[in-house]
Design a protein around this ligand. Structure first.
Ligand SMILES: NC(=O)c1ccc[n+]([C@@H]2O[C@H](COP(=O)([O-])OP(=O)(O)OC[C@H]3O[C@@H](n4cnc5c(N)ncnc54)[C@H](OP(=O)(O)O)[C@@H]3O)[C@@H](O)[C@H]2O)c1
Length: 283
């Protein structure tokens, strides 16, 4: 497949570019320097020249607290930028897949997973801008697939989940939130699904996460220490509200998909199995 990837300098975009190359795809991978997604003219020029069959957008401003403090910039990148890509993809005759987030939900659904039947209701500027990006992309191109994911970990990641294994190995004390739940997702597994969805070209909203009941950050930290094969790691449970961060986060943002299996896609493996592979790789 001839695939064009934006945000290839990030955790998910990097995993996706590697996966597509391994499959023998003709890959055009742009990091932020190569293509700023807020530059609609540059996107149209590049897509028109390269004529990809599919465009997969992994670029986003992912600093949740930064977005809260600068919602205009959040909107520029995570809403307008995504719309510009969807328009450019349509003009170039390409399908469009864009990655969105569990943060489009407010997290008040305490006891169950969020599915596509739940109305999004973001609590943060990041979530609001991502939701607006979903909607603008769908308006700009009928061939848009929105892929909501959450709690992503993998090589190159800088968040709590992606660094927990390495910090456990170093013997660092891990402070982990005990009252917030999500569905961990391994970036390479997500990447493989993004490519499948680009090839399927069945527009819609998909929830893509690893299987399992999900966990808290504390649960993830404990599993990461176990996967790293180190005992005696000190894990200090903390309450989410005690961190006093600028942006509110959903307390429960576990996702489940109603569509993937209906279109013939197999569930992704359990997150603990993926975590074990990640820990083994990063030894
Ligand atoms: N990580 C998670 O837990 C998580 C959870 C749910 C959803 N997601 C979604 O998954 C997607 C991928 O996230 P990730 O975890 O791979 O994040 P990431 O590592 O921060 O990657 C995002 C990439 O986008 C780039 N970028 C920012 N502004 C840009 C712009 N204007 N033009 C082009 N590129 C730009 C960033 O470059 P700089 O580093 O130079 O800014 C970065 O390389 C995003 O849509 C995110 O919202 C992630």
């Amino acid at each position: 497949m001839k695939v064009l990837i934006t945000g290839a300098g990030g955790m998910v975009g990097g995993a996706l570019a590697g996966h597509c190359r391994n499959l023998g795809d003709d890959v055009q991978a742009f990091d932020r320097e190569g293509l700023d997604i807020t530059d609609e003219r540059a996107a149209r020029e590049a897509f028109g020249r390269l004529k990809p069959e599919a465009v997969i957008n992994c670029a986003a401003w992912t600093d949740v607290d930064g977005c809260e403090l600068d919602p205009q910039r959040a909107f520029l990148v995570n809403s307008q930028g995504v719309e510009a890509l969807a328009t450019a993809a349509r003009l170039a005759g390409a399908s469009f897949v864009t990655v969105s987030t569990d943060y489009v939900f407010d997290g008040l659904k305490a006891d169950w997973f969020y599915t596509q039947r739940d109305d999004p209701h973001p609590a943060s500027a990041y979530g609001a801008a991502k939701l607006e990006g979903e909607r603008r992309a769908q308006m700009a191109s009928a061939r848009t697939s929105v892929v909501r994911t959450g709690w992503v970990f993998g090589p190159g990641g800088r968040n709590f989940l992606a660094t927990a294994v390495e910090r456990a190995r170093r013997g660092a004390r891990l402070k982990a939130i005990s009252d917030s739940w999500g569905t961990p997702t391994y970036a390479p597994d997500l990447a493989a699904r993004l490519r499948e969805l680009a090839e399927l070209d069945l527009p819609g909203v998909y929830h893509v996460v690893n299987s399992g009941e999900g966990t808290s950050y504390e649960g993830f930290a404990r599993a990461a220490a176990e996967a790293a094969g180190v005992g005696g790691v000190e894990i200090e449970p903390v309450l989410m509200d005690s961190l006093k961060r600028p942006a509110p986060r959903p307390r429960n943002s576990r996702l489940r998909c109603l569509l993937s299996e209906a279109v013939g896609l197999r569930p992704l493996r359990d997150w603990r199995e993926a975590l074990a592979e990640f820990a083994g790789m990063s030894k």
